[in-house]
Ligand binder design. Structure first.
Ligand code: UD1
Ligand code: CA
Length: 483
């Protein structure tokens, strides 16, 4: 192959400063792991080869990497770095995953730089191959506090000559604020030659990838520095303070993207939107809203305040107020909340309503049907135009198995009806308040099960004498007797 492109993502480090049993690169921000962000950015450049170098906790990291191949629609190669002997050694391991006849450009990036995007990598590739083509092009940026980063050394006329690590730098070099982002483009053949010359003769005893730059310069090859102004694009994550800062910044950018796309976000600092969420124009998002996973929202919908939607589809014109919704479908002009909990496989029809303090699960509610207050609907199908009275419960669990409840069209379920499943209520049927339904109700029937009411006169006066109830009753009876 001539002039191919490969991206090598370094993900073998331990990430000890996270102090976590989870590998650093599998921590999440805005609904995606750090590794996932790196893979999306890399695959967005459509390289011929995409390699992830794993080492620490390799099975988990490799499995996570390979698990994204489907959503990326890109093949992922996993390379193992047996021992973490430094970034140069990690790249060496990565190159071994490439076909033996590979030639062209190798982009190297780290798995812990979540804001790095495809556009920046594509620009890097463009700069690298521009004109004569360089042996190395390194992405740099200027930071206020360069502590911990490799410093970029340039000549008077701006050519990059060397990168010096913090631990190996002189006091003068430490004052440099232009840093190595850890993202590079290399000519493959020149990279292979330079890697063979790396020696661990530095304060950390590691094989530094950064030494490739000095080696290339000494060989008279061209090294370019590609400066990015937006330092957050190349900001790395080493601990959980940085993790939250990166998450906040990425969320801010996602929210702004939706705002510029026509979404009203009342308070961006109190709105959380995962990276894969899609929102149509003229949606209004109130404060305290969390939109997670693959949630999709149709135009003119109003979401929040204080609402969480996970992997949920909301139709145009619907409203969801102070509610928690997981893997559900809320169709056009339907309303949900306040204070309801919609669990997986809830499907609320157009113009339907799930009101206050309701819980639903695996429940299909037809167009225009309503569950207005204080009810539980699980494993149920409800037709169109049906009203389900307050405090109705589908008694779906017999202690061992779950059973279905089927309610027809234009049914009126009376308040406090217990529907003991499996059971079916026919079209146009009614149930009386407080009914326990154990047998099917035919279309058009009224089902009642509560016994006739019996009043036992003066029971309170006899059995609860001296109480405030008895006193109140006595006075009322006296007033009635006077009339
Ligand atoms: C590295 C750079 C430094 C740069 C900084 C940017 C070197 C020598 N230094 O420093 O100039 O400013 O990144 O963040 O390259 N990794 C492996 N195997 C290893 C060692 C590291 O896969 O043996 C991976 C890590 O998982 C990580 C990346 O390489 O994804 C960078 O390693 P890290 O140890 O964080 O390098 P820094 O010391 O930060
Ligand atoms: Ca680092």
């Amino acid at each position: 192959m001539t002039n191919g492109t490969a991206v090598v993502i370094l993900a073998a480090g331990a990430g000890t400063r996270m102090r976590s049993k989870t590998p650093k690169v599998l921590h999440r921000i805005v609904g995606r792991t750090l590794l996932g962000h790196a893979l999306h950015a890399a695959s967005g450049t459509r390289p011929d080869h995409l390699v992830v170098v794993v080492g620490h906790d390799r099975d988990r990291v490799a499995e996570a990497a390979l698990g994204t191949a489907g959503e990326l629609d890109h093949e992922i190669l996993v390379a193992v770095q047996e021992e973490q002997r430094g970034t140069g050694d990690a790249v060496q391991a990565g190159l071994e995953a490439l076909p033996a006849d590979f030639t062209g450009t190798v982009v190297v990036t780290a798995a812990d730089v979540p804001l790095l995007d495809s556009a920046t990598l594509t620009d890097l590739l463009g700069t690298h191959t521009d004109g004569d083509g360089a042996a190395v092009t390194v992405l740099t940026t200027a930071v206020e506090d360069p502590t911990g980063y490799g410093r970029v050394l340039r000549t008077q006329d701006g050519q990059v000559t060397q990168i010096v690590e913090q631990k190996d730098a002189t006091a003068e070099q430490l004052a440099i604020t232009e840093i190595n982002s850890g993202v590079y483009a290399f000519d493959h053949a020149q990279l292979v030659a330079a890697l063979a010359q790396l020696r661990p003769d530095n304060s950390q005893g590691e094989l530094y990838l950064t030494d490739v730059i000095g080696i290339a310069r000494s060989a008279g090859l061209l090294v370019r520095g590609d400066h990015v102004d937006d330092e957050m694009l190349v900001a790395g994550c080493n601990d959980r303070v940085q993790l939250s800062a990166l998450g906040r910044e990425l969320n801010r950018r996602i929210v702004a993207r939706h705002q510029l796309g026509g979404v009203t976000v009342v308070d961006p600092s109190n709105t959380y939107i995962d990276v894969d969420v899609s929102i149509a124009a003229d949606v209004r998002i109130e404060p305290g809203t969390h939109l997670r996973g693959t949630t999709r929202i149709g135009e003119d919908a109003v979401i929040g305040p204080d609402t969480t939607l996970v992997d949920t589809t909301v139709g145009a014109g619907a409203t969801v107020l102070r509610s928690e919704v997981h893997s559900a479908t809320i169709r056009e002009d339907a309303t949900v909340g306040p204070f309801s909990y919609l669990r997986p496989n809830t499907d609320l029809g157009a113009k339907g309503k799930i009101g206050a303090f309701a819980e639903t699960k695996n429940a299909r509610i037809g167009e225009g049907s309503k569950l207005p207050h204080l009810s539980y609907l699980g494993d149920a199908t409800v037709g169109v135009g049906t009203n389900i009275g307050c405090a109705t419960v589908t008694v779906n669990y017999d202690g061992v198995n779950k059973h279905r409840t089927v309610i027809g069209d234009h049914v009126r379920i009376g308040s406090d009806t217990m529907l003991v499943a499996p059971v079916e209520v026919g079209d146009g049927a009614y149930t009386g308040a407080g009914t326990v339904i154990k047998r099917d109700v035919p279309p058009g029937a009224l089902a009642v099960s509560a016994a006739d009411q019996r009043n036992i006169d003066d029971w309170v006066l006899r059995r609860r004498p001296g109480t405030s109830s008895a006193e109140a009753a006595q006075q009322a009876i006296a007033r009635i007797d006077e009339q």
